[in-house]
Design a protein around this ligand. Structure first.
Ligand code: PMP
Length: 437
């Protein structure tokens, strides 16, 4: 049998060309496969749990466009709704009924949100959330401007948050980015996820200066790292005690770890929530929401300025709404979680049989694994991960037609379209690959 690798000729050719046209040949860094010394695959088609590359190789996909495709690719209902919407025009730059419907749906599903503003990406949502937090806290106290961020959490590429971010930044080993000035990050304080003592110290060190803590409630941009019991509750308490706001960046966890996001799953209410990915079902959408009191600061209701030519775009709203309406059956998340556990526990068992140290974790329909003999409770612990093993594992799985995220620092995503046959296939391939590692 010819291996998939030897049949990835067109991807190679396209990548060679792309590198002359686009920086690094890609429109987002982690797509370049740099951390595993590979060459990216150019895809041309997706359906359900599968992707097809330019050479017609098929892959079982656990990237799901980095999270949005919870229904699987090219979902028939989303496609049908989009085709209909297309006939009515692609953008009006004016209010639509769809935006009311989307806002109502989000408010209904996400516990802490009473009002919501749609934007076009997760980065935009987080930028606005930070501005909103500062606008809120400086009303009372002009000095309350600092933001605490955890190492390894990625919150998009806004300057103030591009310090020790996970995701592509971790993958490329960049501590931050040239072009981000010292003044842009001077109000950003770095902290260690799951470390409550350090947070106590930070609040003591900067009395009356912390505007907000921002966190991924479950880290998905440094693998998949769960909050220890009580950690999110602690964040809520320390923010409340210090009149600071708690921001949950649920761009990844929203509608992913539970219907109402991590805040519903862990029963901890943030002050501001950011959303993205699933809410757009594969079209460019982000959102931020909070209580009516906080959201009333946003222009034109209030003075905090934030705007967008394509915000609330009718196609994006149509795709997102169709998806949100489909994921509300009680069994939807139970099924996803069962499949996620089946895969991740299966991988753990396969690794155990071969005495290969593997840490696994999952939350709802997201999961992660590290080739490490030490548990990973934060970004600092990822230094023990065997990167070489990950690289060899990754490239070999690819040759078996299994597409995980091309980095040890990214979460994997289960979709409604994955079947147990797909998962059995992956586990079988995983065994074959580990035997040769
Ligand atoms: N926040 C989190 C938690 C994310 O995972 C991401 C993207 N992976 C972002 C923000 C940025 O979103 P976008 O890529 O849509 O700008």
């Amino acid at each position: 049998m010819t291996s998939i690798k030897t049949r990835r000729v067109k991807s190679q050719e396209l990548f060679t060309e792309a590198q002359t046209l686009i920086p690094g040949g890609v429109n987002s860094p982690v797509r370049a496969f740099k951390s595993i010394d590979g060459s990216p695959i150019f895809f041309k088609k997706a359906k359900g749990a599968y992707l097809w590359d330019e050479d017609d190789n098929r892959y079982i996909d656990f990237v799901g466009s980095w999270g949005p495709m919870i229904l699987g690719h090219a979902d028939a209902d989303v496609e049908c709704a989009l085709k209909l919407a297309l006939e009515s025009g692609t953008s009006f730059g004016a209010p639509t009924r769809l935006e009311n419907e989307m806002a109502a749906e989000v408010i209904k599903l996400v516990p802490s949100i009473e009002m919501v503003r749609m934007v076009n990406s997760g980065t935009e949502a987080v930028m606005a959330a930070i501005r909103l937090a500062r606008a809120y806290t400086t009303q009372r106290n002009p000095k309350q401007t600092k933001i605490i961020k955890f190492r390894g959490c990625y919150h998009g590429h806004a300057d103030a948050l591009l310090v020790q971010a996970g995701s592509g930044v971790a993958t490329l080993g960049l501590p931050d980015s040239p072009g981000v000035t010292a003044s842009a990050v001077q109000d950003t304080i770095l902290a260690t996820y799951n470390d409550t003592d350090e947070l106590e110290k930070i609040f003591k060190q900067y009395p009356g200066e912390i505007s907000a803590i921002i966190t991924e409630p479950v880290i998905g941009n440094a693998g998949c790292i769960l909050p220890e019991p009580g950690f999110l509750e602690f964040l809520r308490e320390i923010c409340t005690k210090n009149n600071a706001l708690l921001i949950f960046d649920e761009v990844m966890t929203g509608f992913r770890v539970a219907l109402g996001g991590a805040q519903a799953r862990f029963n901890v209410q943030p002050d501001i929530t950011t959303l993205g990915k699933v809410i757009g079902a594969g079209l460019p959408v982000g959102a931020y929401g909070a209580s009516k009191e906080i959201m009333s600061l946003v222009a034109p209701a209030g003075a905090m300025y934030q705007a967008g030519t394509l915000s609330g775009n009718p196609l994006a709203m149509t795709a997102g709404l169709t998806c949100l309406r489909k994921i509300q059956s009680p069994e939807f998340y139970q099924d996803l979680e069962k499949k996620t556990l089946y895969l991740i526990e299966g991988m753990k068992a396969v690794a155990n049989e071969r005495s290969i140290p593997l840490q696994v974790s999952s939350c709802g329909a997201m999961f992660g694994f590290f080739f490490s003999d030490k548990p990973v409770r934060n970004y600092e612990d990822t230094k023990y991960v065997d990167m070489n093993k990950f690289r060899n594992f990754y490239l070999a799985m690819l040759d078996h037609g299994v597409y995980f995220a091309p980095s040890a620092f990214e979460a994997g995503f289960m979709s409604a379209a994955h079947s147990y046959e797909d998962l059995d296939q992956v586990l079988k391939n995983f065994g074959q690959v580990l035997t040769k590692l």
